[in-house]
Write a protein that binds this ligand. Structure first.
Ligand code: BTN
Length: 318
């Protein structure tokens, strides 16, 4: 908390700030200021200290450190508690553990790399160090287990909108939750929950986004924001925006106002109206994706002219 305030103060001043001014602002001793500055340097902040002039923030580390996330975060609840890891097996497991211990809604687990990142349908999520967003968010929604699928849509909307704003590229959602640019996957969402028959205890929303990864880091059909835009993109800004937009759309779900979510998802989707091939437990269905059902399933007009709805599966656009 103190370190976060030091960074915020130094950022807002953009010039040297004396130790005395900082100690008055933070209501701590100058020796304590010095100790916090030392720890911030160890975490990767470049802070110059000049006698009689004070401290100057030269650069911030390209890391998802809590103090970086908090500085400028405009959410009320999401991302207000952050657990940060350099390396972890999977942020999903850690978020599950924290949620089971009672961590509040909005708690975020993020890591610079994962050794066993996982995706939908038992796949692996490749998580090269410092090149992407690998996060899991704890939610405690007032929804039935059958309605939890909507959270995945909300997260996909938030990610897609954020990517569009950050890069100007026409990102789109492939049902249910892949975010693509030019047909290549840039982000994926994995939603897992702990529920009783009719009551959700908690939901974990995992986000994997390829941000500054190069081709060598990624699976064949994957891409990154850097590859598509030609520029390095700030992971902190992306994360702050995803959290902000998730909070907004999640608010609609909590208010049981589902229709704006459905409309927004459809507007960002490249699945509806397209011919698709859906693989589901080794069964393949071909047809035209025509709509989203009230439960978030994909409504398909199949080859026999029947309307069928599928809640899971992997979609290929043909
Ligand atoms: C998918 O598209 O299949 C979903 C991918 C989700 C990957 C993220 S990375 C952070 C979180 N931790 C994991 O192990 N998985 C999710």
């Amino acid at each position: 908390m103190v370190q976060e305030r030091i960074i915020q103060y130094l950022k807002s001043n953009k010039t040297f700030v004396s130790g005395q001014k900082l100690s008055r602002h933070l209501k701590i001793s100058r020796a304590a200021v010095w100790k916090h500055v030392r720890d911030l340097r160890l975490a990767g902040y470049k802070i110059e200290a000049v006698p009689h002039r004070g401290y100057y923030l030269k650069s911030c580390p390209d890391k998802l450190l809590p103090e970086e996330i908090f500085a400028g975060l405009a959410t009320e609840r999401l991302g207000r508690t952050v657990y940060y890891y350099e390396t972890i097996s999977s942020t999903m497991d850690e978020a599950f553990r924290l949620a089971a211990q009672g961590s509040p809604e909005g708690t975020l687990v993020c890591a610079e790399s994962q050794t066993r990142g996982r995706g939908r349908l038992g796949r692996t999520w490749i998580s090269p160090k410092g090149k992407g967003l690998y996060t899991s968010l704890i939610l405690r929604p007032d929804l039935s287990p059958l309605e939890v699928g909507w959270i995945t849509f909300v997260a996909a909307i938030a990610v897609c909108e954020t990517v569009r704003e950050a890069t100007g590229l026409k990102a789109a959602i492939k049902w249910p939750n892949d975010v693509l640019i030019g047909g290549r996957k840039v982000a994926g969402i994995l939603t897992e929950m702990n529920a009783e028959t009719d009551r959700v205890k908690f939901v974990i929303v995992g986000l994997g986004m390829n941000v500054n990864a190069d081709k060598v880091h990624l699976p064949p059909r994957g891409t990154s924001l850097k590859m598509e835009s030609g520029n390095k993109v700030s992971r902190i800004c992306l994360l702050q925006n995803v959290l902000q937009k998730t909070e907004y759309w999640y608010g609609c779900l909590q208010a049981r106002d589902f229709s704006p979510v459905i409309e927004r998802w459809k507007a960002l989707s490249i699945t509806i109206g397209r011919r698709i091939r859906l693989s589901e437990h080794h069964r393949i269905i071909e047809g035209k994706a025509v709509d989203l059902s009230a439960e978030g399933g994909l409504v398909i007009l199949n080859e026999d002219g029947d309307l069928i709805t599928r809640m899971t599966g992997d979609v290929e656009l043909i």
